[in-house]
Write a protein that binds this ligand. Structure first.
Ligand SMILES: Cc1cc2nc3c(=O)[nH]c(=O)nc-3n(C[C@H](O)[C@H](O)[C@H](O)COP(=O)(O)OP(=O)(O)OC[C@H]3O[C@@H](n4cnc5c(N)ncnc54)[C@H](O)[C@@H]3O)c2cc1C
Length: 352
């Protein structure tokens, strides 16, 4: 089949690569390669540290389990190495957070996560003396991980092209839809038809579909600091040691598509980082980035299908984590007509 995927973030690319591997001819329309949230994301694969619940937790854990295979395959196809580390240390900084974390770890470890280690304050500070003494309790989720998202995105683009995918540098400005069929899509100067369409336009989904997906701005810092070990996840900030730098994230702001870097955003993250690791006061600030998470009112994705199209969006804070399973669901739908149960869970009709 000839398939047009609109959107070149982690979701569009992962879907496109799965379709190419299955023998389809795939074009990918992207108006700006680096516009997407996927390039600035922290890259944490963190359903437990994020404290997810219900169907979103189940979906996220299922996707987490696909990550090793997804990454191995991507590295094989692209020939690129993508930095990946395992284990996230979830910190509780207040009494309330401590209670919540103690309750959650019991549940997660009995149902979902086998590799769990709990630390009381003294044990933690003995092993990680750079962490704030204010910490009350911590849990190491060994199955969680972190991926370098710039390396990931570059590898995805290389893999897409190596598999014969055709990249269109196009801004899709209009979609002609007759009921549940897409007839055509239009860019500024051209028009495109395909046998099947996939729309994965992140925070911009509302441009073509009247679903409640909106941008949630996030500032994230890149710093230079001698931190190794695990990702530190706390309510004040998360700190992600990588090979080439350390990330400090992230703010959560409802300010539309406001790309400005603000003093308030930087202040929140620098103070948050120093609260978790006091020595970071002295760290060198390398860069500040801003991205737009595709948010929804209940923080769950939005999946929709018509006769010849799929809409896959609203991944909010966990789109990197969700990419492998979303791509599997898309492939099973296109090739076998299989309608995953998640089309029901994440249907846009839930908002009506
Ligand atoms: C600061 C920050 C930290 C984050 N941290 C994490 C994390 O640690 N772990 C995690 O799992 N997730 C994280 N996220 C969330 C994650 O980045 C997103 O959920 C994910 O990237 C969404 O992917 P996407 O492909 O749907 O959208 P995007 O990556 O935003 O891509 C959308 C694409 O669509 C294209 N596009 C849009 N409209 C059109 C059009 N009309 N025509 C052509 N192309 C179009 C854009 O150019 C872009 O290429 C974070 C996000 C932010 C902002």
């Amino acid at each position: 089949m000839e398939i047009l995927v609109v959107g070149g973030g982690v979701i569009g690319l992962s879907v496109a690569i799965n379709l190419l591997l299955a023998g389809h001819k795939v074009k990918l329309a992207v108006r700006d390669r680096k516009e997407g949230a996927s390039w600035v994301a922290g890259g944490m694969l963190a359903p437990f540290s994020e404290g997810l619940e219900g169907e979103l937790l189940r979906f996220s854990v299922e996707s987490l389990h696909l990550w090793h295979e997804y990454l191995d395959r991507l590295q094989d196809i692209s020939g690129r190495r993508v930095y990946f580390s395992e284990g996230i240390l979830r910190l509780a900084l207040t009494e309330e957070e401590e209670q919540d974390l103690r309750e959650k770890v019991k549940r997660y470890s009995s149902e979902f996560c086998k590799s769990v280690a709990s630390y009381e304050t003294e044990e933690l500070l003995c092993e990680f003396p750079y962490i704030t003494k204010d910490v009350r309790y911590a849990v190491l989720y060994g199955e969680e991980g972190n991926v370098d998202t710039e390396e990931l995105m570059e590898a995805l683009y290389v893999a897409f092209e190596k598999l014969g995918g055709e990249l269109l540098n196009e801004d899709i400005v209009r979609v002609r839809r007759e009921g549940e069929r897409i007839e055509k899509v239009f860019s500024v100067f051209g028009e495109f038809t395909a046998d099947f369409y996939v729309f994965a336009t992140g925070a911009w989904l509302k441009e073509h579909f009247n679903f409640p997906v909106f941008p949630v701005k996030g500032h994230i810092l890149r710093i230079n600091a001698p931190l190794k070990d695990y990702v530190l996840y706390s309510s004040a900030a998360y700190i992600i040691p990588r090979e080439k730098d350390v990330l400090v994230g992230a703010t959560t702001e409802n300010k539309g598509f406001d790309r400005r870097i603000t003093l308030g955003g930087v202040k929140q993250l620098t103070e948050g980082a120093a609260r978790v690791v006091p020595s970071l006061q002295e760290a060198e600030l390398l860069e500040v980035r801003v991205g737009f998470r595709p948010g929804t009112p209940d923080e769950k994705p939005v999946f929709y299908f018509g006769e010849n199209f799929l809409v896959l969006g609203g991944h909010y804070r966990n789109g990197i984590l969700h990419a492998p399973l979303t791509a599997e669901i898309a492939l099973r739908f296109v090739d076998k007509g299989e309608v995953s149960e998640y089309f029901k869970s994440f249907s846009p009709y839930r908002f009506k």
